[in-house]
Design a protein around this ligand. Structure first.
Ligand SMILES: [Mn+2]
Length: 417
């Protein structure tokens, strides 16, 4: 018996904030969630598997129009023609109360109801599948107590969208505990909701496959589904990558580097191991440059220099297609702050002022509001995503202040004989 366990397809998930990057491969990013689903269906047909489990968040939210639903349906029809059944639950993103339009799904597809959990028996395969959908986005109750008891003699699978007892970066929905799941006596808990693949427990198998396709720089690494084989109650599973765009975060320490060539070389060296074995992928990379380097002065003098150096290095990568989503700078200039603070010139005055502001959060907040409040309020919503510093967050203000100091110090240092 073979089946596929996938979750969190988030079909047609909008490209939050990406449109602001000139030269972004928008079409490939936009269609990636669909392409990953096509690959999932290709895999199901090629094996072929006996059935496919989808553990919620098929959709990212209510459809803009019928195209999203029709695309999903079209892929299900391919499985229907091959006699492969699909069992699915709805999660917080595609709960019944969230999706306003309706389509009748092909006869091979079974969507578990939200009214209560129930069981689908596949006696020929010796399988019982238990599941329950979300009625509304905010499902606060533990759904597991409503799940039926395990059917003796069958391989029991629980299909559930849940945050378990909480996962960083994921909202709490249908919370439950590992102990509660284990106590049900099922053989396999096919979970959804957490976008990072995680095997929670080996026996019984409790697993999040992660989402099918990463959607932004917070969803890094290989994405795909779980291909599960069961023989005489024994589980042998493998993770199968299905993503078309793979997100990476690279942090490069430039400490001691003086030339732009060494920055490019360091980038290519750090990226190389991430590119192995995936030739047709687009790699989307967010780069953060850290460390103490004299290159800071070059960047302060000609802003954009380091960003361009990284993009140039990406052009030279022949082994794969690489797109630099963003280059973030978290550099410190090679200056002795303590010594500068004792000086009687403009640099010394600046460092003392900055120290005073770091020590007086109220004054810092007031200054930031006066200098930046109007600007931040005027930014269009596509710019003010999670990445924009928030004036009501002290940590962000200290970060801004450190960056401002570094820029001004670099300029002052550059202006000195
Ligand atoms: Mn999700």
């Amino acid at each position: 018996m073979r089946f596929i366990h996938a979750a969190d397809l988030h079909l047609d998930s909008p490209l939050r904030g990406l449109t602001r990057y000139a030269g972004a491969p928008l079409e490939r990013l936009r269609t990636a969630t669909r392409g990953a689903l096509e690959r999932l269906i290709d895999l199901a047909l090629a094996e072929p598997v006996d059935f496919v489990l989808l553990a919620g968040d098929i959709y990212d939210g209510d459809w803009q129009d019928f195209h999203t639903g029709l695309f999903f349906r079209e892929q299900l029809v391919r499985l229907d023609r091959a006699g492969i059944r699909v069992f699915m639950v709805q999660g917080n993103h595609d709960a019944q109360g969230v999706i306003s339009r309706q389509l009748t799904l092909p006869p091979n597809v079974m969507v578990f109801k939200s009214r209560g959990a129930h069981t689908e028996r596949l006696d020929a395969l010796g399988v019982a599948i238990h599941g329950r959908s979300f009625r509304e986005r905010a499902e606060d109750a533990d759904l597991v107590p409503s799940y039926p008891e395990a059917v003796p003699g069958l391989f029991n699978i629980g299909l559930l969208h849940t945050s378990l007892s909480g996962r960083p970066g994921h909202d709490t929905y249908a919370p439950t505990t590992v102990d509660t799941l284990v106590a049900k006596g099922y053989d396999y808990w096919a979970l959804g909701h957490v976008h990072c693949r995680e095997q929670v427990l080996e026996t019984p198998r409790i697993l999040y496959p992660g989402n099918l396709q990463g959607r932004h720089a917070n969803e890094t690494g290989t994405k795909g589904c779980e291909l599960v084989r069961v023989e005489a109650g024994h589980i042998a599973a493998e993770f199968v990558p299905l993503d078309l765009v793979r997100w990476h975060r690279l942090t490069l320490d430039l400490t001691g580097m003086e030339g732009l060539e060494s920055v490019g070389a360091a980038f290519r060296e750090a990226l190389a191991p991430r590119l192995a074995g995936a030739g047709d992928l687009l790699h989307a990379v967010r780069v953060t440059l850290t460390g103490c380097t004299g290159l800071y002065a070059l960047e302060a003098d000609r802003p954009g220099t380091l960003d361009a150096a990284i993009r140039a290095a990406a052009q030279d990568v022949a082994a794969a297609e690489v797109w630099i989503e963003q280059v973030r700078l978290d550099l410190t200039p090679p200056l002795d702050r303590d010594r500068i603070a004792r000086r009687e010139d403009a640099m010394g005055e600046l460092v003392r002022l900055v120290d005073a502001l770091h020590a007086d959060p109220a004054a810092l907040a007031e200054l930031a509001q006066a200098q930046l409040g109007g600007l931040l309020n005027a930014l269009p919503p596509e710019v003010t995503g999670e990445e924009v510093p928030r004036l009501d967050r002290g940590a962000d203000l200290h970060e801004l202040l450190r960056a401002a100091e570094a820029t001004v110090l670099a300029r002052l240092a550059g202006a000195q004989p």
